[in-house]
Design a protein around this ligand. Structure first.
Ligand code: ADP
Ligand code: MG
Length: 262
């Protein structure tokens, strides 16, 4: 007999033993082209709850496209993407819920220049989550504390360094209580001395159990902090492993990438 539909989910039954191994994100044989440019050629991987995965690879290998497909900023041509139990691309899913569950932070911080730091953070809380002013402000101060910017709520973006602005962007994303965070080269536009403070915030998030998928050129950081590293090459997952794979590349392509950089 098929199981009755009324059996509650593992989550509802508080069964962390299985929930802990549930993939939050699962890509299965994903293909994506832009015109005749076949950018993702059958990409498959999973991100398990609490895992931090770093994606590395040369410019143009499809890293950003893969991230953007996960929260439906790009529409895939073939294969499947599942996020928190939702089939991305299924017209029946609630795209707002998908975007709420998946936080994404880009290289450019995209803060509103005419709004204070606090207003940047509370905007979506007020208008998307429909929270009251006080509740939104409380959450803003919590997430600002997490990124080490408790004092900056009333500042305007132009008064902040690039590293501080990027930390505000991370806080703004965190405020929505995402189940997974995507980071696309969030330190690439920063001076080296500002990169560290942003990496530290991401390391804290990982230590706090946040599920994270990040594209980065910071190899030492990826090696130290990531649970797994994915090397993408020409639209495919070429190698996947823990930090030691950077010391022992299995393929000529990863070796060349590590030797020659971007
Ligand atoms: P990476 O992030 O690894 O540098 P991208 O995913 O940004 O790679 O890009 C992979 C390929 O897809 C590149 O050839 C890029 O020019 C192309 N591409 C990415 N986004 C678009 C787009 N919106 N329209 C057309 N081509 C795109
Ligand atoms: Mg990119």
């Amino acid at each position: 007999h098929p199981a009755p539909a009324s059996i509650p989910s593992d989550e509802a039954r508080h069964l962390p033993s299985t929930a802990a191994f549930q993939p939050i994100v699962r890509l299965n044989n994903v293909h994506k082209s832009f015109g005749s440019n076949h950018v993702l050629k059958g990409v498959s991987f999973e991100v398990t709850k609490g895992e931090m995965i770093a994606i590395i690879g040369a410019s143009g290998s499809g890293k950003s496209t893969a991230l953007r497909c996960i929260n439906h900023l790009e529409v895939i041509d073939d294969g499947a993407i599942e996020v928190c139990g939702m089939q991305v691309g299924d017209p029946a899913i609630d795209i707002r819920r998908l975007r709420r569950d998946v936080g994404i932070v880009f290289q450019s911080y995209n803060l509103f220049p005419h709004l204070s730091v606090e207003e940047n953070i509370t905007l979506a809380l007020r208008h998307v989550k429909q929270l009251g002013k006080q509740e939104a402000r409380t959450i803003a101060s919590e997430v600002l504390a997490k990124v080490g910017l408790s004092e900056k709520g009333q500042a305007y973006p132009e008064q902040l360094s690039g590293g501080q602005q990027q930390r505000v962007a991370i806080a703004r994303s965190l405020a929505m209580s995402p189940k997974v965070m995507l980071f696309d080269e969030v330190t690439s536009a920063l001076d080296p001395q500002l990169t560290g403070e942003v990496l530290r915030v991401m390391e804290d998030l990982a230590a706090g159990g946040m599920t994270m998928l990040l594209v980065t050129h910071e190899m030492a950081f990826a090696k130290r902090v990531a649970d797994r590293i994915i090397f993408m090459h020409q639209g495919k997952v070429w190698e996947i492993g823990d930090g030691t794979m950077l010391d022992h590349p299995q393929t000529q392509e990863l070796r060349a990438f590590l030797d020659n950089g971007l």
